[in-house]
Design a protein around this ligand. Sequence first.
Ligand code: ADP
Length: 492
Amino acid sequence: MKREFQQALAAKGRDRLPNVLLVSAECAPISKTGGLADVVGTLPKSLAALGIDARVITPYHRCVKDRYHDQVEHMFSFSVDLGWRSQYCGIERLVLDGVTIYLVDNEYYFGDRIYRGGMAEGEQYAFFTRAVLDAIPNLGFFPDILHCNDWHTAMIPVLLRTQYGLYVHGKMKTLLTIHNIAYQGKFGFDFFADMLRVDERYYTSEFLELNGCAAFLKGGCVFADRLSTVSPSYAAEICTPYYGEGLEGILNARRAQLSGIINGIDTKVFNPFSDPLIAKTYDRGHLKGKQACKEALMLEMGLHAGPRTPLIAMVTRMTGQKGFDLVERVLDEMMGLDICFLLLGSGEWQYEQFMREAEERHRGRLCAYIGYNEELSHRVYAGADMLLMPSRFEPCGLSQMIAMRYGTLPIVRETGGLRDTVKPYNMYTGEGNGFSFANYNAHEMKATVEMAVNVYRGQPDAWLALQKQAMSEDFSFARSAGDYARLYIEML
Ligand code: ADP
């Protein structure tokens, strides 16, 4: 055990590291719709390396059943009370890469999509909430810390405190991590009373009420022992009305119990030195291969320009969050900087359409690949010179970290995790690992792109130094796991 942990435990009068149960609607690689799954899938492995027994409990979704049913072992079953309903619940166990995953089985709730939307989704995760709490005493693994994630699991701390306080698992400490505060699980209060038997005295702004509804996430923010989010800057931002989505009041009140821990990326999967998906491998000492990756990518995407024409890429969901209204406003002006532009993304129709039309206007210089393509994303990260990420808000952001790992310099807006990971180029000291701008303003973005393009064209040595600095950053999960371990110990 690390000396630092030994000392922290001794100060608490403890001699062993805490057991942790991560609770989540999705977990990579078995079920995934977004970054949450990656965190929950990777964190237990990195915690194990620190000596912490961390396990996962997640729904036995259709996609998991289809792929893993041969490897799953049935543990026990019981009935879950969901208001007047009594529903079957099976607990299955899957051990994957040394990590124990408990799967909550019910065909009715988890027989198709991970998220059903609307009230049906509320009922899915009300069931999951109750099932997790009722299953814990029989798992044969008693967690000291219950680590909940996002609104789907945020009512667990509420029920634990208000309904299970006298039971053995009333002793567990709860951590709620907010990956995206915009999704809150809002329903009428009668839903909570009916499904989860929440007493009506909790239907006040002090507890669950939010804009005339009640919200899973608000409950978690009030009742969890500790709160965290996925970057220090986002932790500060969600305490303000602009980013807080109505929860800034309670988060401000609990600021001292709110931490920001940056996510990591899988540095084995994203490694220019060994990536089998890219045209030529390279590392920070030998960047020649990167030029070969760029040429191969330009050829593949039908882009024609000289080798010193900067290639700016975006790899992203196409939503308002990701700054597409800025891109819409100045894309044509940016193309006037004599650049090539490559988009890999999918999302809202109006942005997709805008990018398709832009491709028509700038054929051979701009390519819009509308769709989700993981393999291509590796080639884009390796082949591009810069990655543009002008987000309106960004809890953590992975794309900028992946880009840096491949020596592709990020151009970002200074918000959330982007602010915490990208250090803007300082032309006097040469420090930095990318470029950034402060205000959500299209021409500020364009000026920053122009600056990056000028450094790329006019100061190749400075550019190379920036690339090396970017590639030297540690974005591994081991670093995040250390921060989580410290937090868990603090919570004991
Ligand atoms: P968010 O989770 O808000 O979408 P992140 O930057 O945290 O944004 O994570 C996005 C992840 O999804 C990155 O790993 C990125 O490479 C990947 N990604 C996004 N869009 C695409 C796409 N169209 N094709 C392939 N990968 C994508």
